[in-house]
Design a protein around this ligand. Structure first.
Ligand code: NAI
Length: 480
């Protein structure tokens, strides 16, 4: 029986290994983590992450060929293939702070593998890492040269949160990079054999190590770039009277462009896009390519611009102040169908409104008050550093109240802001919401999910990103 161990039981390690266990009954999979609460949750009925379909997959395999454990060393020692899926956040201090990837967690995992291993192993980079990381990992693994042979593979993960299980069941492609030596090719084949249990061979791409490492950064940069491109267009649409939905539909019909990832919004979020682009920018700078670095940096600048623009639009339309006004925030997660708030645009929007002294009433179906308070009192880039490694005591933001119902959040409010596209927000009783709000009642749709005209008929003043503006909003221009 092939034994797999995955270091890091997070958003990637947990679902990925659960699907491997489900699809490969002949493989024993152990997912290990230094976080005791995370492993305890994986072994309970309340999994540590919300992901549609995940519960069923875990229930089917847990205790059979899928195990969650804090005994990291034991499982690494026993494994033939070790995946490393630890977090690779943006460095907060020192050389490259604010841009470079922090490989502290990766390095400590690699050192531990080197220390406990007594047999040859394939070590798989599952985390998103800077190109050429495999070279550094190889050096760490062989530093005390016990005669053990390691093959490093790069197998970046392309799943998207919210659809992780579907993405893992039917991946557009699986990418495996390795050394182009006899041993390297053998290792690539061994990993290919695992995925071949359910992924068609033509969808398993093999490359050299550096192409695989760079492809992941490139894919995230391209995806984020599409969002920033359409968001940049949304500002021009508002200025000209064009409708961004019509523009993206027309643009996306071109088969060379395609329709996906062309929705305008308050901005992209999530743990990956910003961090991976910053990392790409840093790598370009380190390789003497400032023009290329500047090009990709612009994707992040437009994203920040879009979030600021949204806040400015809110404040400007509400008589240039939201001080002491109750503003309802519907949705805090960075996208629907996940409870993940890492780098969610809601953080920047809420901080912007709090800066203008608003009183926020926040509702998200999957995010706890504790998490929201922590996010709003945390410094930028601190979010991806596990709490057990970087203890901190969040101070409660007094202007923030979290409630468990959209109607409670909006009651007596001056404005409603939709910041996550949860399906349940599309079909709220907007008449009831309007009746219980202060007047004029404002509605700022950061995800373009409501029927703005219906809301206008009820009496709301509505702002939808990239859509022709209400007369009210035209009279109250936002200066971004
Ligand atoms: P995460 O923060 O949810 O999980 C990482 C886990 O690793 C944490 O539970 C942490 O306790 C554990 N860990 C850290 N150091 C450890 C060590 N030395 N030994 C044992 N456990 C350790 O992170 P997530 O979201 O799963 O991301 C992991 C990697 O995958 C990152 O590089 C990310 O960029 C990449 N990725 C993330 C995607 C996503 O949608 N979240 C998608 C594709 C890639």
């Amino acid at each position: 029986m092939v034994k797999i161990c995955c270091i890091g039981a997070g958003y990637v390690g947990g679902p990925t290994m659960a699907v491997i266990a489900l699809k490969c009954p002949s493989v024993e999979v152990a997912v290990v983590d230094i976080s005791v609460p995370r492993i305890t949750a994986w072994n309970s009925d309340q999994l540590p992450i919300y992901e549609p379909g995940l519960d069923e997959v875990v229930k089917q395999c847990r205790g059979k060929n899928l195990f969650f454990s804090t005994d990291v060393e034991k499982h690494v020692f026993e494994a033939d293939i070790v995946f490393v899926s630890v977090n690779t956040p943006t460095k907060t201090r020192g050389l490259g702070a604010g841009k470079a990837a922090d490989l502290t967690y990766w390095e400590s995992a690699a050192r531990m593998i080197a220390d406990v291993s007594k047999s040859d192993k394939i070590v798989v980079e599952k985390s998103t890492v800077p190109v050429k990381t495999a070279e550094a990992i190889e050096k760490i693994l062989t530093h005390n040269s016990k005669g053990i042979k390691y093959q490093i593979l790069s197998n970046p993960e392309f799943l998207a949160e919210g659809t992780a299980i579907q993405d893992l069941f039917n991946p557009d492609r699986v990418l495996i990079g390795g050394r182009q030596t006899a041993e390297g090719l053998k290792a690539i084949q061994a990993l290919k054999d695992v995925y071949a249990h359910w992924v068609p061979e033509e969808n398993i791409i093999t490359t050299n190590l550096w192409s695989a490492e760079l492809s992941k950064l490139a894919a995230n940069a391209f995806l984020a770039q599409r969002i920033s491109s359409v968001n940049a267009m949304s500002a021009l649409c508002e200025a000209t009277g064009a409708d961004v939905a019509e523009v993206s539909y027309a643009v996306g019909k071109d088969t060379r462009i395609g329709p996906k990832f062309l929705n305008s919004s308050v901005g992209f979020g999530g743990s990956c896009f910003q961090k991976d682009i910053l990392n790409l920018v840093y790598i370009c700078e380190c390789n003497g390519l400032p023009e290329v670095a500047e090009y990709w940096k612009q994707v992040i600048k437009i994203n920040d611009y879009q979030k600021n623009r949204f806040v400015n639009r809110i404040v400007a339309s509400m008589f240039n102040t939201v001080a002491n006004k109750k503003v309802a925030i519907l949705g805090f997660a960075f996208k629907k169908d996940t409870g993940d708030t890492r780098e969610t645009p809601a953080i920047d929007v809420c901080k912007g409104l709090l800066g203008d002294k608003a009183q926020l009433s926040i509702y998200d179906p999957q995010v706890t008050e504790d998490q929201i308070q922590r996010d709003l009192s945390m410094n930028k880039f601190d979010w991806d550093h596990p709490l057990h490694l970087q203890p901190m005591s969040p101070t409660t933001v007094k202007q923030v109240h979290c409630v468990w119902d959209a109607y409670e959040a909006t009651k007596d409010s001056h404005a409603v802001c939709v910041l996550t596209e949860w399906d349940e927000f599309k079909n709220l009783d907007f008449q009831r919401i309007y009746d219980n709000m202060q007047k004029p009642a404002f509605f700022f749709d950061g995800r373009n999910i409501v029927d703005a005209n219906k809301l206008r008929e009820i009496g709301f003043i509505v702002y939808s990103i990239g859509k022709p503006l209400d007369a009210w909003l035209k009279d109250m221009p936002a200066i971004a």
